[in-house]
Design a protein around this ligand. Structure first.
Ligand code: UDP
Length: 463
């Protein structure tokens, strides 16, 4: 009987539980990573809060879904304080995640490894308490994580003593204050979120693997520096295979979308446009623009005289200048959410005006789409610095003394990205990054090798 049991054990596929912070920008990359693991024979279960599972639709034929409680099964009441929410999430989540894992084990679906989001570092505590492997999945760039790590260790003191001088961090180019994540450059902004990003490294030494959604060539210097002290594994970009290495079957339907995309409207409209003629504008799932900025952006688009596809989430709609839609109806399409990857991959798109969220940045790089960067907060300013000065794949639009990017600046940046020698160089670089992103995910590429290695060690260690 024992021999049979051992044999059964050997035949069981390794099983990972994926545990993202419940926002779109964390769910997407962790689900795409899951897909890669699954293709290499790993069984995957996605764990989400009960409220998220009730309010969204998870589409996958092969990945199982488990729910646990964050203490707010009917949603967080409006105006609820973020800090209190996070504390409750930790307290309730620690207990309910553990229960979920125990039930899975008791019902013959034991988990070998919890792939946790370091925004929820207690996911690792739960894994370790149950004697499971724990792997961190960092959803931001290595550069940004290194900055936060230095705050965590106390090597970077916030507020910075001299806001005027350059900030020198090994592995990174010299940075100005405006290039730092907003929690550092605007000290005291969003204290609970600053705490989350710094706390990501708590207990990290107990993690068995550290995954980063980036690729070696993109952040070579910082990765080499970090690798001296931590076993950094790059596994990105976590873009669906159909846009990169094309080794996995197409499945556009796969995923969990907090917002519903207006797919047909966007794609039909794009199909009518000329190649390389449309601006795509999106500020991701969270950023809120001020009324003044929204107005300048709108009139900047009109000034550019180009066609545009602009994502304005319904919560942002009221900020649109009242006569703008009428005045630009022959030029633009405004939607509340779009299938961003299909849009970026469309031949009509020539430039992406972006907030430089890390996913959007990686997606534009991987599709070879030049960017005009308009960072709003969190890591976006650091990402935009790299887009402009390191990867040379776009231009950062400068704010005026009131902190607003004016319409003339937006128009000028669009032209710079599209025209002249600079435009040519940006386009050349865009194609270079597109190719390097693809290579990293192809068989034997740097990220593919790391994923392969993880799956092999998971198999040999746990089974
Ligand atoms: N996204 C999308 N449709 C949209 C706007 C955004 O599918 O209309 C996706 C985008 O492809 C990316 C994610 O939402 O994967 C946004 O993540 P990002 O890190 O760029 O920004 P965040 O929302 O976290 O600020």
């Amino acid at each position: 009987l024992k021999a049979m049991e051992e044999n059964n054990q050997k035949q069981r596929a390794a099983h990972c539980l994926i545990f993202p912070y419940p926002i779109q920008g964390h769910i997407n990359p962790m689900l795409q990573f899951s897909k890669r693991l699954q293709q290499k024979g790993v069984k995957i279960t996605l764990a989400v809060t009960k409220h998220l599972s009730k309010t969204t639709e998870f589409k996958s034929e092969t990945i199982s879904l488990e729910t646990f409680s964050d203490g707010f099964d009917d949603g967080v009441p409006p105006g609820y304080d973020v800090e209190t929410y996070l504390n409750t999430f930790r307290e309730v989540g620690t207990r309910t995640l553990k229960e979920t894992l125990q039930v899975m084990s008791d019902s013959g679906r034991p988990v070998d490894c919890v792939i946790y989001d370091p925004f929820l570092p207690w996911g690792l505590d739960v894994a370790k308490e149950l004697g499971l492997y724990g792997a961190a999945f960092f959803t931001q760039s290595c550069a940004v994580d290194l900055i936060y790590h230095r705050v965590f260790t106390g090597e970077l003191k916030v507020p910075l003593p001299d806001p005027e001088s350059e900030i020198l961090i090994p592995g990174l180019p010299p940075l100005k204050m405006e290039d730092m994540p907003s929690f550092i450059s605007v000290h005291g902004s969003y204290p609970p979120i600053f705490e989350i990003v710094v706390d990501q490294f708590r207990g990290m030494e107990k993690a068995d693997w550290l995954f980063f959604n980036t690729f070696y060539m993109l952040e070579e210097e910082v990765i080499e520096y970090m690798a001296k002290s931590s076993p950094v594994k790059t596994i990105g970009p976590t873009i669906p295979s159909m846009y990169l290495d094309k080794r996995l079957p197409d499945d556009k339907e796969y995923g969990l979308s907090v917002y519903k995309p207006n797919t047909a409207a966007c794609m039909d409209w794009l199909n009518e446009r000329q190649p390389d003629s449309v601006l795509y504008i999106s500020f991701g799932s969270l950023a809120q623009l001020g009324n003044g900025q929204m107005e300048e952006l709108a009139w900047g688009l009109k000034l550019s005289n180009k066609h545009f596809l602009w994502v304005v989430r319904s919560s942002e709609e009221s900020k649109m200048p009242s006569n703008f839609l009428q005045e630009t109806s022959d030029k633009g399409l405004i939607v509340s959410w779009c299938p961003q990857l299909d849009v970026l991959a469309h031949e009509a798109i020539c430039c992406f005006i972006t907030h430089c969220g890390w996913n959007s940045t990686l997606e534009a790089l991987s599709m070879g789409v030049p960017m005009v960067a308009m960072p709003q907060w969190t890591d976006q300013s650091t990402n935009s610095k790299f887009v402009m000065d390191v990867w040379k794949m776009g231009i950062k639009a400068q704010k005026d003394e009131k902190g607003i990017v004016r319409r003339e600046t937006i128009d000028r940046c669009i032209r710079e990205v599209m025209e002249g020698e600079k435009g040519e160089e940006i386009k050349k670089n865009a194609l270079k990054w597109k190719e390097l992103a693809r290579e990293s995910m192809c068989e034997g590429g740097s990220s593919d090798k790391n994923i392969e290695e993880f799956v092999a060690s998971l198999g040999s260690n746990s089974l």
